[in-house]
Design a protein around this ligand. Structure first.
Ligand code: FAD
Length: 414
């Protein structure tokens, strides 16, 4: 079997792997990326949040993305019947980017991967990791290409950014069930022929059908729009009980008074995908000689579009720590990697849970709005979940619940 020797092997060329490999290359590390599929490939996760821009910028990937004319996302709209709540990232608490993009991921990820290659990184498509052996922090990874040929890649550090491939969690028995209750989704893209002119046509929206069921509408600059339904697995299973995902998504669209006219009779550009029980977790985010990033580690829920931000945050941090380790520093991966990443995961977990209890929805739609509360929640929705100056980050576990209780009591007394 042929052998290759690298400093860092990155598994997966999604956003997480592209950010980590670009950062390492920028710092003269001998890094290689292996990717199972051929790009462009379809993947879900089209609504970004501003925190990702920090990572694309630092990794040197921003200019290539910025040239593409992807639809700018300046905030997000939540709908519940006649009630509307709009977050504008430029009104958020604290520092940070106040815009990002909403993107067809096949195109977006392809631009990232091509830019990684242009930077001189060895990215091998259609090459799948099938095994790994560790000897201390050194490892030997076995990969197989599309012709069935195998080879060994010897690395001093491995960053597993394999998304739902979850390569190391599977091979090293690190899988752990998510603490969130099981939810599923069905989505597709449509040619948005009934799109309105101006902001209404391009605004990213989440339409609440029932407390735990919501429809996403993510318009792209290419004239297509992503439409998806999310809900408890039982609800989504019932919607698609005969296995016809197109019929299921059409039924879901018919439940939205706001969007039924726009999407009721449009054609799906691909057979809607059913993503069942999508939340996942791991026993540990790292081990001797490796780190897990992005969806290869923890995925919560699409409701606040946190997936890509965690993918790039963890990809960037894993790359920085791996670089320091290669330079001879002793790294405390528990403190510097796991504790840090899991703090942000914890904050978003509270928001996801409180979304599905309905408490967060109480806050979103309460009138009159409290501008201070809104600015602070907006910063969380922009992905700035490590800013402890923000009370809605620092005391996330009690702030939403207490405020929702207060609003409910106020309503009862009125
Ligand atoms: P990916 O983008 O999945 O990339 C992983 C790569 O690894 C893939 O290209 C894969 O082919 C490759 N790979 C897999 N196995 C192997 C192997 N054995 N060898 C080599 N390569 C391999 N996030 C958001 O930010 N916004 C959203 O609106 C959003 N909506 C979502 C909706 C749903 C229903 C779900 C389930 C998720 C959503 N997400 C969203 C999450 C988002 O999809 C992920 O967080 C994001 O894609 C993670 O990026 P990644 O780089 O970790 O993994």
């Amino acid at each position: 079997m042929s052998k290759e020797f690298v400093d860092v092997l990155v598994i997966g060329a999604g956003p997480s792997g592209c950010v980590s490999s670009s950062y390492l290359k920028k710092n003269n590390v001998n890094v290689k990326v292996v990717e199972k599929t051929k790009f462009p490939r379809l993947v879900v996760g089209e609504s970004l949040i501003p925190r990702v821009m920090d990572h694309f910028d630092e990794a040197g990937l921003f200019p290539a993305l910025d040239k593409m004319g992807f639809e700018k996302k300046l905030g997000a709209r939540f709908l519940r019947g006649d009630e509307v709540c709009i977050f504008d990232f430029s009104n958020k608490f604290g520092e940070g980017w106040d815009w990002t993009w909403q993107v067809p991921r096949a195109d977006f990820d392809d631009v990232l991967a091509q830019e990684v290659i242009r930077k001189g990184i060895d990215l091998e498509f259609e090459t799948e990791v099938i095994g790994i052996e560790f000897n201390g922090t050194d490892s030997v990874t076995t990969v197989k290409n599309k012709n069935g040929e195998t080879k060994e890649i010897h690395a001093k550090f491995v960053i597993d950014s394999s998304g739902y491939g979850r390569v190391l969690p599977r091979l090293l028995d690190l899988e752990k069930p998510s603490k969130l209750s099981p939810h599923s989704a069905i989505f597709s893209h449509v040619k948005d022929i009934n799109r309105e002119e101006g902001t209404e046509g391009t605004l990213i929206s989440f339409d609440i059908i029932e407390t735990e069921v919501w429809l996403w509408v993510i318009p792209f600059s290419n004239g297509n729009t992503s439409v998806g339904i999310v809900g408890p697995t039982e609800f989504i299973d019932k919607l698609s009980e005969n296995g016809d995902t197109a019929e299921a998504l059409r039924k879901a669209i018919s439940l939205s008074d706001y969007y039924v006219k726009r999407f009721g009779d449009v054609e799906f550009l691909f057979e809607p995908k059913h993503l069942k029980d999508y939340s996942c977790s791991v026993k540990s985010l790292f081990g001797d000689g490796f780190a897990l990033t992005g969806n290869a580690s923890e995925f919560l829920d699409p409701v606040f579009s946190s997936g890509m931000a965690f993918a790039t945050e963890s990809g960037m941090l894993a790359a920085k720590l791996a670089l320091r380790q290669l330079n001879g520093e002793k790294i405390d991966w528990q403190k510097e990697y796991s504790d840090y990443i899991l703090y942000g995961v914890d904050v978003f977990t509270t928001y996801v849970k409180e979304w599905y209890t309905g408490n967060l929805q109480e806050l979103f739609f309460h009138q009159p709005e409290n501008p201070d509360v809104k600015r602070k929640i907006c910063a969380v929705l922009a992905g700035y979940v490590w800013d402890k100056k923000n009370t809605f980050v620092r005391i996330h576990d009690t702030a939403i619940k207490n405020l929702a209780e207060f609003i409910k009591k106020e309503k009862e007394q009125a």
